[in-house]
Each structure stands twice: as structure tokens, then as C-alpha cells.
Design a protein around this ligand. Sequence first.
Ligand code: GDP
Length: 289
Amino acid sequence: MSIQWFPGHMNAAKKEAAEQMENTDLVIEVLDARLPEASCNPMVEELRKFRQRPCLKILNKTDLADPAATAAWKAYYEAQQGVTAYPMSTKHPADVARIPALCQSLAPHRGVPTKPLRIMIMGIPNVGKSTLMNALLKKRVAKVGDEPAVTKIQQKLYLGKHTVLVDTPGMLWPKIAMAGDGMMLAASHAVGSNALIEEEVAEFLANLLLDRYPQLLTARYGFKTEGLDGIAVIEQVAQRRGFRVRGGEFDYEKAAHVLLHDYRTGALGRISLETPETRAAALIQHAAE
Ligand code: GDP
């Protein structure tokens, strides 16, 4: 029986992750490329550094993110944090196909018959972990289709001959360090929100778009953004789209929903909610408050 070194106050998910980490050689941390720091859970770094495990930080959903911001994040993680960052989209099979070799290069001492490479995929909900896992496994299943039958469980776990996916631990929630993080997560649907909060989230998004991507608002809805604030942007969306409630008032709720939907689906264009620069500025402001 192994001795447990984890303090009693450690919550169940963290304890499970810490135990899993012992039997893991490499961590794939999946982040949302549009909001990498807001979509991280610092526990992943804490645990994997404690066990000195290498990490591949996947910046997922690059098909939705601003390419310039994604490039800046890759440079930031590699230069500032010394980890390999891999921008990708699970929608692009070629991106997924590169992952096994990348993992192998980060853990060259593993991946042989006596020492399989054990990979744990971690990340907060909705960043694309299951989609990624399925994409990785589908490739494998396609490749091994004519091999003698193996049990379903084995088939599910083996990525390559000597590469195994370790069970992903339970839910890891984001650590919402600043109010803006909660807004970014809600805008990107990583945390749920009710109708009332949706309007607040839409206003947050509208202000961010005014600041950083005004041209995308104009291109999508056909109004000029000069002099507008977030609320006025949502009113403009309602006006342009003819969203009215009974009595003739603009349907603010519907317009807020459409703005969020257009961001979430990429219909507005490729948008990143934070960059290394905006993150640094937010942290400074947060510390001063
Ligand atoms: P999990 O909770 O981390 O396992 O996330 P899921 O794999 O369930 O994905 C959450 C949502 O994101 C689903 O609607 C996926 O289709 C979507 N998704 C995952 N990866 C990508 C991606 O690279 N691009 C886009 N546009 N959507 C993605």
C-alpha cells in the first residue's frame, strides 16, 4: 500500500488528479485559444510541476481565435513559461495527427514496450477534451482496424503501440481569478449562465469588441461603432435585425443572445478575448484594486 502524502483538506478532484499524476509521464493541458489564461486551472501546473512532468499546452479552437493573438500566446508560453504550446483545432485532422509525435518528443524516455508513454489530458469543461480524445482515438481505431480484436477498453485507451491515455480525473473548474475571467468564460460558454447574466455577458463582449474588433461589428451588422458603448451596440443589433417585443420596443434580450451566438459560432469572425498584453494589464489593475 502506498503512503498518501496529500493534505487532508485537498478536495476530491485534486486528490484524484494528484494520484493520477504519479502514473502519468506527460500532461496535455487543453486551453481555449481565445482565452488561454482565463480557461486554465492553475492546479494542473501545480501538480505537474510537483511531479516534474513535462506538459504540452494545447491552445484549442484556433479556428475561432484571432491568429495574431494565438501567435502571441504561443510565444508567451514558450518564452515566459518554458513549455511547448501547440495551437490547433480539433476540426483540422492534420493538427490532431501531429500530437502523438509531439508528445513522444517531450517524453523521449518513454514509449517503449517496457515503459509505455502515459498521457493525461486535463482541462476545464468545454475546452474540447472529449473531442480531442475521440479524434486521437478515431485515428488510432482507423489505423488498427484490421488488427486482431482487442477489448473495447484497450482500444479506447491506446493511442499508439506504446502510448496510453490515462483516465482523465474528475471535473476541473476554472479558477476565476478576476471578474473579467468569469465574463470571458461565460461568453465562450465554458460556464453556464442564466438569461439575466447573459445580457451582462453580452454587454461585456460588446465593450471588448468595440475596443479590439470594431470592424467585425460593422462587417457583420452594418452599423458604425464610433461613439457607441456596449449597451448601444446591442441596441444597434436589435435595430438592424428588426428585433422588437410587443409594443414596439427593441428586443434587447434577443439581440444580446444573437451577439453571443455570433461570437460563439465564429460568425462574427476570429476573435480572441485576451492576449498576453491584455492579461498583464488586467493583472496589474486587479492587484491595484
Ligand atoms: P470538454 O468538456 O473539454 O470535453 O469539451 P468537448 O469536447 O465536449 O467540446 C466542447 C464544445 O467545443 C463542443 O461543442 C465541441 O464541438 C467544441 N469544440 C471542440 N474543439 C473545437 C475546435 O477546435 N473548434 C471548434 N470550433 N469547436 C470545438
